[in-house]
Design a protein around this ligand. Structure first.
Ligand code: HEM
Length: 301
């Protein structure tokens, strides 16, 4: 049965991580390749580059705050599942925190706090802030692997954990990167050709991220479902099929944006069409995250 707490916990945790990872993708892989950020074109572009990095850091800070909410909700849900009605809540919470799950959670929460502080520093222009935020976001991307199905795999656990980590990083680079690009391109309210400048470097990142998502997601599917039979005969498999259908929609919108709309970005109408289409892509991606939130709580057996 689908529970609101699962949807809330999964969406805040995954959504927050995706935004944090998207911000660092924008900082290191998209902005340095945007034409108007190139150091050789100096008149006025430094100011623009600075303002864009501030915006990227703001997305990262919102992502960190959302991750913190997800972490707290995750703990609450785990405590509810773990609860012994004959023992006081505080005692149960202490016991839960002393388990290996509790240790992983404490590390995750500490990483989230570090990410938040580092993103606030990055927003003030600190390069050290960006560096710490990047390490924290990449480390936090492993949190779902260590607390989910991947950690329960018996044969090839290390590969399963790495594949899961890569899956989350790639989801962040693509979906979080897109959210950050959309937000950065709205500087000053007017478009100022921001999308024409930012979409081409984003596209190459997105194509690489999709390749990693398909390979790592395909591997996890094979690991948890076993084969085509399991896709239709188990609840987990059917949910995965639902996720794949939604991923197909996101991919189709992304492909159209890439193939058709990118070449029209030099016109006002083209930018408006791209903004609208990319927003729909982001909304459908949230549905993917919601289905994933239920998937990770469903037994693959
Ligand atoms: C070909 C495409 C994809 C396939 C086959 C796929 C498959 C999977 C599978 C099997 C899992 C493991 C769930 C579990 O632990 O039980 C998973 C997790 C996940 N997927 Fe995907 N996925 C795909 C695309 C995407 C996309 C586009 C997104 C982002 C919008 C995404 C986000 C996630 C997240 C956040 C997790 C959670 C990781 C965890 O809890 O360990 N996936 N995916």
């Amino acid at each position: 049965m689908i529970q609101t707490v699962d949807l809330f916990t999964g969406w805040t945790l995954f959504g927050g991580l995706v935004l944090g990872l998207g911000a660092i993708t924008a900082r290191w892989f998209i902005l340095p390749r945007a034409r108007r950020d190139a150091p050789e074109i100096q008149d006025g572009t430094w100011a623009l580059g600075y303002a864009r990095r501030r915006r990227a850091a703001k997305v990262g800070a919102v992502g960190a705050a959302l991750t913190a909410v997800g972490m707290l909700s995750f703990f609450g849900r785990q405590l509810r599942d773990f609860r012994d009605p004959f023992v006081p809540w505080a005692e149960d919470a202490g016991l839960l925190l002393s388990t290996s799950w509790g240790t992983t959670w404490k590390v995750g929460l500490a990483g989230t706090v570090v990410l938040l502080i580092a993103m606030v520093l990055a927003r003030r222009g600190s390069l050290i802030g960006w560096s710490i935020a990047s390490v924290a976001a990449l480390a936090l991307a492993a949190f779902p692997a260590f607390t989910g199905h991947a950690s329960g795999v018996e044969d090839g656990r290390t590969i399963a954990l790495i594949a899961d980590w890569l899956h989350v990083v790639a989801a962040g680079a693509w979906i979080g990167g897109l959210a950050t690009v959309l937000y950065m391109s709205r500087l000053g309210g007017a478009d100022e050709g921001g999308l024409a400048d930012l979409v081409p470097p984003f596209s190459s990142v997105a194509i690489a991220a999709v390749a990693v998502l398909v390979v790592s997601g395909g591997y996890a599917s094979w690991l948890h479902v076993g084969g085509l039979q399991g896709l239709v005969s188990t609840g987990y498999g059917r949910l995965l099929l639902g996720k794949l259908a939604l991923v197909g929609v996101v991919l189709a919108i992304g492909a159209r944006n890439n193939r058709v709309l990118t070449s029209r970005l030099d016109t006002e109408a083209g930018s408006v069409a791209m903004r609208r289409s990319a927003t729909v892509e982001l909304v459908v991606a949230q549905l993917v995250l919601l289905v994933t939130a239920v998937l990770v709580r469903t037994s693959p057996m």
